[in-house]
Design a protein around this ligand. Structure first.
Ligand SMILES: Nc1ncnc2c1ncn2[C@@H]1O[C@H](COP(=O)(O)OP(=O)(O)OP(=O)(O)O)[C@@H](O)[C@H]1O
Length: 253
């Protein structure tokens, strides 16, 4: 039996008393790549923040690696790339420095980096296709390359679970391809992924399951739905309910 990595049971989250997630239940098991889809404001980011304990549940429960969130301490097992975080931020750090910061949870701040740290940073840079930019200031990179830097930082920590909030939003096609390749390798090595996406694009073949959030509830959990308008494609197997692909673009706007 595959072990559960994320378990949300009857999760409820609200901001300032306004409910945003209503009675959400979701299980992600080892080796899965689960995409959370849904319209703007449907609660996707809130769901992954709740999974990581960054926003409190007002009811229900979350467990990570089979351990209740309040007792979970092994944060080095998880890599998190939040939404639209500028990697540069005016700080003249190089790509390598930002990626190496992903090792801090593993090695402790006071111990100098060792061989294992350097190997992990090199591997992460290679995985996202930025090995040749390692010495450049992050501020000189494109938005897509900066996003890849953040993904490499998460990979450098050698997590078992990667949680990514819109990793390909506003990212150029080459970076999306590079990211899809990195994700495939990560999963090939036994990793588990939960990511929020608007457009799957090159990620589509890597996704094993899709969860569609609508108005704070999960309205679909299963096969990756086709974007509206693709019904006529020969490989379209019609496994998805139609409530979320009509009107067009509910999850792809
Ligand atoms: N910190 C916060 N305080 C108050 N309201 C919030 C906060 N974060 C999100 N919200 C609100 O909660 C709802 C869900 O937001 P959330 O960011 O989870 O949606 P989303 O599906 O990720 O949206 P998007 O696709 O635009 O990123 C929205 O109405 C949003 O305005």
């Amino acid at each position: 039996m595959t072990s559960p990595v994320i378990t949300v049971e009857h999760g409820v989250v609200g901001y300032d008393g306004r409910p945003v997630l209503r009675n959400i239940s979701l299980t992600v098991t080892a080796g899965e790549v689960v995409a959370v889809l849904g319209a703007n404001g449907s609660g996707k980011s809130t769901l992954i923040r709740a999974v990581l304990g960054l926003v409190p549940l007002s009811a229900g429960s979350v467990a990570l690696f089979d351990r209740p969130l309040r007792r979970f301490r092994q944060w080095a097992r998880i890599g998190y790339v939040p939404q639209r975080l500028g990697a540069g931020g005016g700080v003249p750090a190089t790509v390598r420095e930002v990626v190496a910061s992903g090792r801090l949870a593993r090695r402790g701040v006071l111990r100098p980096p060792g061989r294992a740290d350097r190997v992990a940073v090199d591997a992460a840079l290679l995985a996202v296709g930025l090995a040749d930019r390692a010495g450049d200031p992050v501020s000189t990179l494109s938005g897509g390359q900066q996003q890849r830097t953040l993904i490499a930082r998460a990979l450098a920590g050698e997590p078992e679970l990667l949680v990514l909030d819109e990793p390909t939003a506003g990212v150029d096609a080459a970076s999306q391809e590079a990211f899809a390749g990195a994700l495939r390798d990560f999963v090939g090595d036994g990793g588990t992924v939960l990511l929020v996406a608007h457009e799957l694009g090159p990620l589509r073949p890597v996704i094993s399951r899709a969860v569609v959030v609508h108005e704070g509830g999960i309205i679909h959990d299963g096969a990756v739905p086709d974007p509206a308008g693709h019904h006529a494609e020969p490989d379209h197997d019609h496994v998805h309910p139609h409530c979320y692909d009509e009107p067009a673009g509910l999850w792809s706007n």
